[in-house]
Design a protein around this ligand. Structure first.
Ligand code: NAP
Ligand code: MG
Length: 397
């Protein structure tokens, strides 16, 4: 390796898996160069969460990071960890510093069939994680009256529109987005489509929302012009359609594309698509910034329930697949950026060794009931990682 990878450690069961993965599957094979940030809750509390900001800045500086799942504190964690403050979600902090879009994709294998039987390839969901109903203002009105949208420009301009002339009680909502955020979202989507050589779909409801959703469509059209030559060269397409048409087409599709969604659509559709593909433990996640920086992680959390068992000395069968793929994704991206063929080759071999293991029917407990056409053998996390290591050694000769 020439440039360090930004390594962000985390919490609970995934922190245990993290070390096992590094010791068994990475360090024996890669001359690993990392800049290490401990984003475990203890360290975040100790540093007043500065460590999270430093890690995000490092991702921007070096361009590739890999992150373990972390606890987002709530009231119960305040007492459990004796925290100074209810620190914000590290993922939220990193996303706002990198200004990125999250792409979630399932790891698919031939013996686990998606609920939708014609889905042959993964469907990647890109959710625009800013604004709309998530940053809204709402009112409940108690009787007749007029609700208006009002904008007072700093330049003295004034715009207003009537929302509704109420005859009685009701509800009103105001929401916004910014050209800047939509544009960043568009850049991240087109970049990731090129990276992964997949078609990009984008959907809104611009027939109904002729100004708001139409602005999303316009910005995507504009930004696409920059990427069109590369799309043509790769033979991939950008396809815009209405959200309801997109839903119907997604269900009928064979998969193998990226579906960019507005904030609410992405929230809902990512849960639907990931559930239909099988298991949260097989879902990967990558944050892509509009200037081409990457942060890889598993889509699941710290698997608290398993961690408490582990602390009691019980054997756990937590699935490390998504965390391993976060490492392989990050190492491959580092290799591509630095022109290191051997590193890219290692990332490919690591993923292939994982597929070999599952293909041999060796699985963690969560997958047992999902497997079809093979008799699965359930093992614990350590045995599963050991089985991958044997196959990785074989592949690397
Ligand atoms: P979770 O950690 O994703 O786990 C929820 C359940 O899903 C587990 O109890 C387990 O089911 C199953 N599961 C998830 N990943 C699995 C794996 N790798 N192998 C096997 N089973 C797996 O979600 P949570 O329990 O709601 O959240 C726990 C902590 O994670 C919270 O503190 C939350 O803040 C944090 N979190 C972090 C991130 C992140 O860093 N990106 C994301 C989400 C949540 P069974 O119990 O049925 O076995
Ligand atoms: Mg959701």
């Amino acid at each position: 390796m020439t440039t360090p990878l930004v390594e962000m450690d985390g919490d609970e069961m995934t922190r245990i898996l993290w070390k096992m993965i590094k010791d068994q599957l990475i360090l024996p094979f890669v001359d690993l160069k990392v800049e290490y940030y401990d984003l475990g809750l203890v360290k975040r509390d100790e540093t007043g969460d500065k460590i999270t900001i430093e890690a995000a800045e490092a991702c921007k500086k070096y361009g590739v990071g890999v992150k373990c799942a972390t606890i987002t504190p709530n009231a119960q964690r305040m007492t459990e960890y004796n925290l100074h403050q209810m620190w914000k979600s590290p993922n939220g902090t990193i996303r706002s510093i990198m200004d990125g879009t999250v792409f979630r994709a399932p790891i698919t294998i031939p013996t686990i069939h998606p609920v939708v039987k014609n889905w042959e390839k993964p469907i990647t969901i890109a959710r625009h994680a800013y604004g709309d109903v998530y940053k809204n203002s709402e009112l409940r009105v108690n009787g007749p009256g007029v609700a208006k949208l009002v904008f007072d420009g700093e330049d003295g301009s004034h715009q207003e529109a009537v929302i509704q002339e109420f005859k009685g009680a009701g509800v009103v909502q105001g929401m916004h987005n910014t050209d800047k955020s939509i544009r960043s979202f568009a850049h991240s989507c087109f970049k990731y489509a090129i990276d992964t050589k997949q078609d990009l779909w984008f959907s809104t409801k611009d027939t109904i929302s002729k100004t708001y959703d139409a602005r999303f469509r316009e910005i995507f059209d504009e930004v696409f012009q920059e990427y069109k030559p590369q799309f043509d060269e790769l033979g991939i397409t950008y396809f815009y359609t209405l959200i309801d048409d997109a839903v119907a087409r997604v269900i009928r599709s064979r998969g193998g594309f990226i579906w960019a969604c507005k904030n609410y659509d992405g929230d809902v559709m990512s849960d639907m698509v990931s559930t239909a593909f099988g298991s949260l433990a097989m879902m990967t996640s990558v944050l892509v910034s509009p200037d081409g920086n990457y942060e890889y992680e598993a889509a699941h959390g710290t698997v608290t329930r398993h961690y408490y068992k582990y602390l009691q000395g019980e054997e756990t069968s937590t699935n490390p697949m998504a965390t391993i793929f976060a490492w392989s994704g990050a190492l491959r991206q580092r290799g591509l950026k630095d022109g290191l063929e051997a590193l890219v080759g290692f990332a490919d071999a690591l993923e292939a060794a994982c597929f070999d293991t599952l293909g041999d029917g060796i699985v963690t407990k969560d997958l047992v009931n999902l497997m079809e056409g093979v008799t699965p053998k359930a093992v614990n996390s350590a045995q599963f990682i050991e089985a991958i290591r044997e196959r990785l050694e074989r592949r690397l000769g």
